[in-house]
Design a protein around this ligand. Sequence first.
Ligand code: MG
Length: 202
Amino acid sequence: MPAPPGPDVRGFLSDAEGSALYEAACYAGTIGPVLEIGSWCGRSTIWLAQGAREAGTIVFALDHHRGSEEHQPGEMFHDPDLIDGDGNVDTLREFRRNIARADVEAHVIPIVAGTAQVTRFFRPQLGMVFIDGGHSIEAALTDWRSFGQCLLPGGILAIHDVFTDAGAGGQAPYTVWRLALDSGLYKEHGATESLRLLLRLS
Ligand code: MG
């Protein structure tokens, strides 16, 4: 059984959602490696890495570690403890500490970059993609367009913060979920709170 991240591991993922990610990674990791887009302080990475370990694969953990729009000073989800000496958001040190404490360093390959920066040079074939990066429509669409097509048949696309009701939350992740379903290449594979899983058909 996976060990949930400790309460000191910052993040926006519930244990129920994390457990669903773990189960998905245990399965999809047998098809190919896992790509997480948006690792923040590693809460979801720890769940995914434990699944990847079960499946004998790894998690590429893609994050520039400078925070999304909503994490910047003055914004809703800003955390003053995550500001470095130069006044910039820096979650990399916290991420590394949490991954090490969870004993999953051997199953995580951090990529410290943004999606737009890395996508021209990094085109892996993947068993699972977890989209939880920036929640602006531009950021979410870039993540989807860059890595949705890297999923192998039978793989799993996971999207966090999908709210069908615009009153409950931002609509960018929902837009990606809708686009994926409308493409005809995916079918629904489960939902836990705001986490949606889609199965890649072909
Ligand atoms: Mg999220």
